[in-house]
Design a protein around this ligand. Structure first.
Ligand code: GAP
Length: 447
C-alpha cells in the first residue's frame, strides 16, 4: 500500500532524518527546509544521477557552477525584473497579504486593497554601502548565468551547436503561496540544462529532450502511471517560450509539474547580447546597451545566427518528494506492519549496513569493521557500520530508509568467510562468500 497522504511521508522524513523544517527550534521558517543525514545523501545521489546522465553519458554537454548572487542587469535583460511577479492584495482587517486569486473566504471584499504586482526575487546588498543601488538578486533560476557564460564556455571548449551547458544548484523565490511540504518552497534546488541548437532544429531537439527526460525519471524509480505530459497552451506560456511540455507527477496533493521542457527560442542569448540589431533576433527582446559580448555563432557559410535554447529544467526538491512518494510502501508481514522505501539502489542514502551479530565479540566486530571498510572503498556511497540494537530491529529501520541490503557478520563468518545478506525488498537472506560480496553489491547499486 502506498502512502495514504503527505503527512505519512512528512512523518517518515522527520523520524528518520531526511528532511526537517528549517529553524525549527525557533518556531520554524515557512517555505524553508533542511535536509538531514539521510536527506542530504538522497538529494546528492539524485543530483549525481542527473549529472551523470546529462553530462558524463553524453558528449555534447559541459558543466557549470556559477555564482548565486546575480547582478540586477542580468535579471533586467532576462525579463525577471519586469515580469517575475504575482498580483497581491492586502487585507486591512486581518493584516495579511495574499495572492489576488487566493484570498481566503474569511476576508471581506471591501477590506482588500487593489491588486499590486509583487516581485518574487530576493534582493541583497553587495559591499559595505547600502545605498539602494549596489544590490544583487539571489538567482530565481540557475539558467541566467548559463546564458551569461555562453561565450566563456564556447571559447574555452570550442563547442558549436548542438551542445548544452548543465548546472545544478540553489534558486530562490519569495513565493507567496507555499505548497505541500517541499513542493513549493522559497529556497530550492534546480537541475537545469540549456541546450543550444540551430534555429532550424529546435522542434526536433525539443521532442528528443522530452523523451529522454521522461525516461530518466523512470530510471529513478518513478512509475509510468504517475507521470503525464502537459503541452502548455499558448496563452499560459512564459514570455520566452515558443512551446513547453511539462512533465507532471501525481504528487500526494495532486497532479503538478515536476519538470518543464521549454523551447526558449533565441530569447535568452538575444536578450544578453550586444549588437542585437545585426543578429536578426526572432523573439521580442529588451534593447541591450550594457552587454560587451556578442552571443551568437557562425554557420558553415560564416553567417551569424543566435542559437535557440531547449531547456529541461527540473526541481531537485520536487524530485526528492516524487521519489519518496513512489518508493514508500506499507506492507503486512506476519500480521505486523512493515514500512519500506523501495528506492532504486543508486539513490538509497545508505547502500549497505554491516552488523556484527554480537556487539561485544571482538573478532566478529573487527571482521564486520573490515567488511565495512572494504565495501566503503568501492566508492558506491555510504556504507554504515551498525553496532547497536538487535538485528531484527535494525532490518526494519533500514527497510524504512531504503537500505538495499543488510549484511550480518556472525561466528560462521570467522570460520568460512561468509556473511548473511538480507535483501530489503524480498526480505530473503542468503549466505554469501566475502569474495563475491563486493562484486554482488557493486552490481546491485549500479542497477
Ligand atoms: N529556468 C526555467 C524555470 O526556472 P520553472 O518552471 O519556474 O522554470 C523549473 O522552474 C522547475 O523548478 C519546476 O519544474 C520545479 O520543479 C522547480 N521549482 C520551481 N519553483 C519552485 C519552488 N518554489 N519550490 C520548489 N521547486 C520549484
Amino acid at each position: 500500500m502506498p502512502a495514504k497522504n503527505i503527512d505519512e511521508l512528512i512523518a517518515l522524513c522527520k523520524r528518520r532524518g531526511f528532511i526537517f523544517q528549517s529553524n525549527e527550534i525557533y518556531g520554524g521558517t515557512q517555505g524553508l527546509y533542511d535536509y538531514g543525514p539521510l536527506g542530504v545523501e538522497l538529494k546528492n545521489n539524485l543530483k549525481s544521477s542527473w549529472w551523470k546522465s546529462v553530462v558524463y553519458e553524453r558528449d555534447d554537454v559541459e558543466g557549470l557552477d556559477a555564482a548565486i548572487l546575480t547582478k540586477s542587469t542580468v535579471l533586467k535583460q532576462s525579463g525577471h525584473e519586469d515580469t517575475f511577479s504575482d498580483p497581491m492584495v492586502d487585507c486591512k482587517s486581518c493584516g495579511e497579504r495574499f495572492r489576488a486569486d487566493q484570498v481566503p473566504d474569511y476576508c471581506k471584499k471591501e477590506d482588500l486593497t487593489e491588486p499590486r504586482q509583487f516581485n518574487l526575487m530576493f534582493k541583497t546588498n553587495i559591499g559595505p554601502v547600502d545605498d539602494g543601488k549596489t544590490f544583487a538578486y539571489l538567482r530565481p533560476e540557475t539558467a541566467q548565468n548559463i546564458f551569461t557564460n555562453f561565450k566563456n564556455v564556447v571559447d574555452s571548449t570550442s563547442r558549436t551547436v548542438p551542445f548544452g551547458i548543465a548546472q545544478m544548484g540553489k534558486a530562490f523565490r519569495n513565493e507567496i503561496t507555499l505548497k505541500s511540504f517541499i513542493f513549493r518552497v522559497r529556497e530550492f534546488e534546480q537541475m537545469e540544462l540549456e541546450f543550444f541548437v540551430h534555429p532550424d532544429d529546435d522542434e526536433k531537439w525539443h521532442k528528443s529532450w522530452v523523451e529522454s527526460r521522461v525516461q530518466w525519471w523512470k530510471d529513478q524509480g518513478i512509475s509510468e502511471k504517475n507521470l503525464e505530459l502537459y503541452d502548455v497552451p499558448k496563452d499560459e506560456l512564459a514570455h520566452y517560450s515558443k512551446a513547453t511540455i511539462d512533465i507532471m507527477y501525481k504528487f500526494p496533493h495532486g497532479l503538478e509539474e515536476l519538470e518543464g521542457v521549454a523551447n526558449r527560442t533565441d530569447f535568452d542569448l538575444g536578450s544578453h547580447s550586444k549588437k542585437q540589431k545585426e543578429l536578426n533576433i526572432q523573439s521580442n527582446v529588451l534593447e541591450n546597451n550594457e552587454s560587451n559580448s556578442k552571443l551568437a555563432l557562425q554557420d558553415e557559410n560564416n553567417n551569424w545566427f543566435v542559437p535557440f535554447v531547449i531547456e529541461p529544467s527540473a526541481g531537485v526538491d520536487r524530485g526528492v518528494l516524487a521519489i519518496l512518494n513512489d518508493a514508500y510502501f506499507v506492507e503486512n508481514v506476519d500480521g505486523k506492519e512493515r514500512v519500506v522505501l523501495k528506492l532504486k539502489p543508486h539513490l538509497s542514502p545508505i547502500k549497505a549496513a554491516v552488523m556484527p551479530l554480537k556487539k561485544n565479540d571482538e573478532k566478529i566486530v573487527s571482521l564486520a569493521k573490515k567488511v565495512k571498510d572494504d565495501l566503503q572503498k568501492l566508492g558506491l556511497g555510504r556504507i554504515l557500520f551498525e553496532n547497536s540494537g538487535n538485528i531484527g530491529k535494525n532490518y526494519r529501520r533500514h527497510d524504512e530508509v531504503g537500505t538495499p541490503v543488510c549484511i550480518t557478520v556472525d561466528f560462521e563468518s570467522l570460520d568460512n568467510h561468509t556473511v548473511t545478506v538480507r535483501d530489503r525488498d524480498s526480505m530473503k537472506q542468503e549466505r554469501v562468500s566475502l569474495d563475491i560480496l563486493l562484486e554482488n553489491l557493486q552490481q546491485k547499486i549500479k542497477s
